[in-house]
Write a protein that binds this ligand. Sequence first.
Ligand SMILES: Cc1cc2nc3c(=O)[nH]c(=O)nc-3n(C[C@H](O)[C@H](O)[C@H](O)COP(=O)(O)OP(=O)(O)OC[C@H]3O[C@@H](n4cnc5c(N)ncnc54)[C@H](O)[C@@H]3O)c2cc1C
Length: 440
Amino acid sequence: MASRILILGGGFAGIAAARRLEKSLRADEATVTLVSRENYSLFTPMLPEIGSGNLETRHVVTPIRAQLSRTTFVLGNVRAIDLAAKTVDVEHVIARSKQTLEYDQLVIALGSVNSTFGLPGIDERSIPYKTLEDADRLRNHVIAMLEMAAVTTDPDERRRLLRFVFVGGGFTGVEAAGEMADFFRSSIHFYPTIDPLDVEVYLVEGGKKLLPDLQAGMGEYSARALSRRGIRVMTESLVAGADDDGLQIKDGPKIETRTIVWSAGVKPSPVVAALPIGTGRGGSIITNADFSVPNYPGVWALGDCASIPAPDGSKVAATAQHAIREGPVLADNVLATLRGVPTKAFDYRSLGMMASLGARRGVAGLQGKFLLTGFPAWVLWRTYYLLRLPGLDRRARVAFDWTLGLIFPRDIAELRVYAHAASTQTPGGAEPAPAALDTL
Ligand SMILES: Cc1cc2nc3c(=O)[nH]c(=O)nc-3n(C[C@H](O)[C@H](O)[C@H](O)COP(=O)(O)OP(=O)(O)OC[C@H]3O[C@@H](n4cnc5c(N)ncnc54)[C@H](O)[C@@H]3O)c2cc1C
């Protein structure tokens, strides 16, 4: 009987593994099934541009069915993994029907979820920045804050409404804060009652510098570039919690605000956390260098949910760049196991890392030695990521959005307000509560 290969997660890592298996598997050698809770994969490097309205939401996702041809796709939420019985419980996302899938080879590529480390008030009052829904929600929330500020006469409340705080000085926080500043620059003239100088963007980082895990110089340059554009960069500022008035810095000031965007930490998905296996960095699954999970033959893990040893003794970075390179090597190792030949260790040296800082500025650390900054780094960022975006049609759409973005201001339509109002209209005709406020 053909082996059953089951892949959990349709992100960078899961899709890369499935595509390689489709190419390399002989007919009847094995069946491949991929389970994911969205029917698309999200190109996260462009997510901050969704939040700022520079790109259309659909243009940064690629349907999974369009990327895979020989793989059976299941649109499901993974509810539980039983490593002893070799089964996975899945609930269909729309039909809510449940099924138990059996496997011979299990590939876990479930990524990570946002973590607020149990800090008081943060879960309830912050917007995470990880999924497409998060980015859309943030964009609508920010526009709603501008709409409210435009009619608010209380100067204290107005300041809170116009103060936008991003927490986390990694990729996401840095890119999102830069993009948001671009959004305000491009659209604030639509609000004649708001003085552009009253809009404040904060970037709060607990460590000594921005982009702490990246090449030396990248964080320093990013802080300078963002500060020059008026973004208040606060390093060595640990968050203590949040309440209705804003964000409290440990041993520091309270930043009064109605907008806290949280990208300061991740943890593994609850399904992974429940597994009886060794965990490493941030609770991720400890694997061998060939992605196999110790003590569980036929179980593999990769991407953000895995802690994979690198040749130099460190851990492989949890980035999209690494995940898309891990997938094919893992697929080859699964095949090698099926064919009874030795597996190979993952050995990839990053060519560099890049961040887009908004205002046509970027920063790129190349091969751990060279630093490219400013406009050339931004052009490199855009070119590289455009070419990596899956699907020729998506690339064309994003290129078109970017071109239009050079000419027209950002769109300030706040779509969610109307959807919310329609579904919450009270029978007596009373005004529904402002939708914007319940997002915090
Ligand atoms: C805003 C942002 C910007 C980033 N920018 C960059 C960048 O510029 N460069 C870079 O290299 N990296 C970047 N990253 C990091 C990069 O996105 C991750 O390292 C990468 O996505 C990891 O790939 P993965 O396949 O392991 O996980 P993911 O891409 O997160 O995929 C996991 C998949 O599993 C699915 N899933 C999770 N739980 C379940 C469940 N219970 N049931 C069913 N399906 C489930 C998810 O829906 C998702 O499809 C960025 C991340 C963010 C959030």
